[in-house]
Write a protein that binds this ligand. Structure first.
Ligand SMILES: [Mn+2]
Length: 437
């Protein structure tokens, strides 16, 4: 194993009373919750792009955190140097999974052929590290937004040649994801949207996006890749309007173009915020459609209007997320993927540990809280009771499709007035939930 962190050993569970900043207080991987270990419920995943490629640069300032393993290196040599460090961090954190973009693990070449060669070089190293550590690939993806050719979009570019280059890149990314045993493949439409409708044929762009995704589904079948496909909603940034703007928009698009059987959603907390939704809302929308796939676990800053990708440390949000996850049967192919980066001011390599430990502990607390709320039963019973007029008599008959406007009019005329609907008890329920946070 590489040893860039000689003073940090494997992070252990020490329990809630521990004052050790390099220990888990809540994440106890072998602890069983609702019949399954925390490890198997949470399926934690560490991302390559923020962890290895984030250097703290922003629109206003230069990088603040040039890592010691990066110093003096560039191109493929830099890419090679990062692989063992990434796996040292992942292994010490006890991460069962990781995720990457093609152009984050390996650099852009001068040509597509050279880019593919760079990627093959790094994939061989990733494979060795996966075999050494047992860490698995949660999902792979292609980065179709940094290179200038993607300025107008990739699959939705007005240029058919850019569409072709995008297809070639996704083809290769699918191949390497398959080679690495990836359990999924994610599409985040980095620049799939528009800056102005004056230059945009929206219908044609959406048709092209659907055609692109169908080609991906067909190619996966051709090479025998059985992983789950995901679409990741985000409403804006970098474009004014991203076509995959929220869970509902994604589901509508997938249904319209007969793609729903092949895709689930990879939902991100910060993207939900940008869409004006809570993460719980986005997860309920996806769960109700049978499309709750994977979670990009982060948070925004509610006082900032952009995608800050911070580590989630709010146990209340994590509890909501885990309640909805358990409600829909848990994560199967997906995971709790830390699409999150340390702040620009957190310049020490050790901050990569504190951040992930905090995120993992927060989701572990969320999971335990959610299981306790479910075991307590009062919240679930309240919601069930609230809909009890649908369980028998008139309601059951409507749900069974036995009633019509005419029969319901006859009921209402006879009844005179509907029975008083009971209190929604919002504050009572908020207090109840707070008992567990
Ligand atoms: Mn984000």
């Amino acid at each position: 194993m590489s040893s860039h962190f000689p003073s940090i050993s494997r992070i252990a569970y020490e329990g809630p009373k521990s004052k050790n900043p390099l220990a888990f207080k809540h994440y106890n991987p072998d602890e069983v919750v609702e019949g399954k270990t925390m490890r198997d419920h949470l399926r934690f995943s560490i991302v390559y792009w923020h962890t290895m490629c984030g250097q703290g640069g922003d629109m206003f300032g230069a990088p603040t955190a040039i890592r010691p393993w990066d110093a003096g290196k560039s191109g493929i040599e830099l890419a090679k140097a990062r692989v063992p460090v990434f796996f040292e961090i992942a292994e010490k954190l006890g991460m069962p999974y990781y995720a990457f973009h093609d152009r984050d693990v390996a650099p852009h070449g001068q040509t597509l052929r050279e880019s593919n060669e760079y990627l093959d070089t790094i994939v061989a190293l990733l494979k060795e590290q996966q075999q050494r550590t047992g860490i698995k690939l949660l999902w792979g993806t292609a980065q179709l937004f940094v290179h200038p050719r993607f300025m107008h979009g990739a699959a939705t570019s007005p240029s058919s040649e850019v569409f072709a280059f995008s297809a070639a890149q996704v083809k290769k990314a699918l191949e390497v994801t398959h080679e690495l045993g990836g359990e999924g493949y994610t599409f985040w439409g980095g620049r799939e949207g528009y800056m102005t409708l004056w230059n945009t044929d929206m219908k044609r762009e959406l048709d092209h996006l659907a055609k692109f995704l169908h080609m991906a589904v067909d190619y996966a079948k051709q090479i025998g890749f059985k992983g789950q496909f995901y679409i990741e909603p985000k409403p804006k940034e970098p474009t004014k309007h991203q076509y995959d703007s929220d869970a509902a928009a994604c589901l509508n698009f997938l249904r319209e173009y007969d793609l729903l059987p092949y895709f689930k959603l990879n939902l991100e907390t910060n993207h939900a915020t940008l869409a004006g939704h809570s993460m719980q809302h986005e997860m309920e929308v996806a769960g109700a459609a049978g499309a709750l796939g994977s979670l990009d676990a982060n948070t925004g800053d509610l006082l900032l209007g952009w995608d800050t990708d911070q580590f989630l440390t709010d146990a209340s949000t994590a509890t909501q997320m885990m309640l909805t996850t358990l409600k829909y049967g848990g994560l199967t192919t997906g995971g709790v993927n830390f699409d999150a980066k340390v702040r620009r001011e957190s310049v020490d390599p050790e901050d990569l540990f504190y951040s992930h430990i905090g995120g993992m502990d927060t989701f572990a607390r969320g999971l335990k809280n959610a299981a306790a709320i479910r075991a307590d039963g009062r919240l679930g019973d309240f919601v069930k009771q609230r809909y009890s007029t649908w369980d028998t008599g008139l309601g059951a008959s409507i749900e069974a499709g036995k009633e019509s406007f005419s029969s319901l009019e006859a009921f209402a005329l006879e009844k005179g007035e509907a029975t008083q609907v009971p209190s929604g008890r919002q504050e009572f329920l908020e207090n109840l939930v707070n008992e567990f946070i």
